[in-house]
Design a protein. Structure first.
Lengths: 342, 342
DNA sequence: ATGAATAATCTAAACGTTTAGATTTTTGGA
DNA sequence: TCCAAAAATCTAAACGTTTAGATTATTCAT
């Protein structure tokens, strides 16, 4: 691997001149610039970023840590982050923490020692999130996306999960549903918590009980499917379901299908996410769409502002709007008209 | 940020001793080991991997470059790579090249200068792939997954796209279909090419023409949807469709839905991928499933073998089996019985 | 008690850059 | 033609590690 020394020797100049040429040659004559550039080409030189950032203590690189890349909502957000960061000249290393705090920590440290300029994280929900600790671990500006606790001193970009869930569940209530089940992911995920809180608030306001109607820990499609079996076979069988995220929604679809129940005839149904398939299903599915592109754009903006700003910035918390997309999976509930899944 | 010097000073030893303790203290007394470890804790020292790898020229890190993280098949493969690499003590940086060779190159160079031990890549299909060049760019062992040219000197892990496509299309032919349309992604993607070749081989063997039946460049759901409109409104309207990847498959579903056509009644239909939704749709969709977990496992195995082996290894090309999952989207074609989508 | 062998610890030179500051060259006004 | 100022180029010291090899301390057979 050719180094600067090789280039310098080839061009007959000092290593400092080579460095100057590479970093946008101020104060170096055209003649030498040319000679150095030729030499670079000749010896096939490529800068060693490790050495550079050892010296400068900085790179044009961000780290983006997500809890699971196969959840499409996180893939979409990561994609947006990538696009906007690139537009600003930053490269993005994506790390998949698989909902493990240990792995998440490892990646934060690794990113730190690779001198990333900043980071964007959707924290793992394995334990309670201490966002400040995460920023300490990274040792650089960090923006929390999606799963951010309410009181924190770190910048964050979230959606109003509570309001979105409350609105969705209220719609079901207005359609006449009284027993509405909820299928949720980890109870330690702040988003899941807020969505369930919104669900409970709507139920509460209508004077409805949620007892026995909430299923937590449906962390993949199969678990959500089982939860649906379970709910639909209980004494207190719901007439409508609310799924708090993509895999829960898919689990509901599959669960209803295998029970021989159809929506919206037998059960009404609203889910978060599912951008890729909710509209394609027949009947299509009413859903809450998160502004993934904006979330990525804003997260990048916040972290770059903090990286590039000399002065202290106050803590920013951006709450973006969700979109409620009414489709065919919700129908009015008429008492008595209930299918039996058993 | 505390450095080794700080630790050395605190513990009253030399920096070399600190280094020895950190790298599995051979030849250092228990007493000093203890003192150094305490000092490390006291000053909050964390090794600077940049400096370390500048010296050693190596890290326990892999880079994984995918052409688009929102394609679930790539997310699944990336997930598997992550899991198996982690099990072997390697961290994985995931990079999203967005089908852009320029960006892909940037990430290869970045990874190189971060001294990654090796890489796994699903190449961008923007131009013809020169895999050897990619390995040169990385400057470390590279394994190509999924989109690998046939003749290459670099290790690769692929599936038999030709055979899988041929088999799927043959099934449609055996069901009586004569006009079978194909919806494909980039013509520069080797996988797409091979799948189309398999399709053409099956058609050819049955003496059927493919003229006007192939739609390329359906690089997202909307484009695939348009292609379906286009195909179903042509004079030579197909009675069956073959989609070469996830988004094409979804485009077919949506296209048929909005045309008011139903499958398998009006059109039979097979797709690659779609693990997340193909079974959930009603009717469910016959599909070709790729062994994403195995692909990831084998890719990691190959690259680690090359990294850790002292001796020269011969070029390996692994061809894994796909799984054909017969569902409800394919029916026999009865001449004359054709719906009109206009 | 002596010295050879071994164990423990340290010194100092790398790794490939950047950059302050020194030195040399060029420029142009008097 | 001279000299000061500006421009171009260079020297050498850092950045935070690792590691070969030097030095010092310990052990143990004689």
């Amino acid at each position: 691997m050719a180094t600067m020394h090789d280039v310098a020797k080839k061009a007959g100049v000092s290593i400092a001149t080579v460095s100057a040429v590479i970093n946008g040659g101020v104060n170096v004559s055209e003649k030498l610039t040319k000679r150095v550039q030729d030499a670079i080409r000749d010896v096939g030189y490529r800068p060693n970023i490790v050495a550079r950032s050892l010296k400068t203590g900085g790179t044009k690189t961000l780290v983006c840590i997500v809890p699971g890349i196969i959840n499409p909502i996180y893939a979409e957000i990561a994609q947006a982050i990538e696009v906007f960061a690139n537009a600003k000249g930053y490269a993005v290393f994506l790390c998949n923490a698989q909902e493990e705090c240990k792995l998440q920590r490892k990646y934060l440290h690794l990113a730190r020692s690779m001198q990333v300029a900043g980071g964007i994280i959707i924290p793992a929900a394995e334990q309670d999130v201490n966002v400040e600790q995460l920023e300490m671990d990274l040792g650089a500006p960090l923006v929390v996306v999606d799963r951010a606790p309410l009181e924190t001193t770190v910048d964050s970009v979230v959606v109003d999960n509570f309001q979105a869930a409350e609105r969705a569940v209220s719609l079901l209530i207005n359609l006449g549903h009284r027993r509405i089940g909820a299928v949720a992911s980890y109870p330690l995920s702040t988003t899941s918590l807020q969505r369930i809180a919104g669900y409970e608030a709507a139920m509460d306001k209508a004077g409805l009980s949620t007892e026995g109607l909430v299923r937590q820990n449906c962390s993949n499609v199969d678990r959500a499917k089982s939860a649906v079996y379970d709910l639909m076979r209980s004494d207190n069988r719901p007439t409508a379901l609310f799924a708090t995220y993509e895999h829960a929604g898919m689990g509901v679809v599959q669960g209803l299908n295998s029970l021989g129940l159809s929506y919206p005839k037998d059960v009404s149904f609203i889910t978060f996410d599912g951008n890729a398939w909710a509209d394609a299903l027949h009947p299509s599915i009413t859903r809450i769409r998160q502004p993934t592109e904006n979330m990525g754009r804003e997260a990048v903006r916040l972290v770059l502002e903090r990286i590039e700003s000399k002065t202290e910035l106050s803590v920013r918390r951006l709450v973006l709007e969700t979109e409620f997309i009414l489709k065919d999976s919700c129908a009015a509930y008429i008492a008595g008209k209930e299918a039996d899944p058993s």
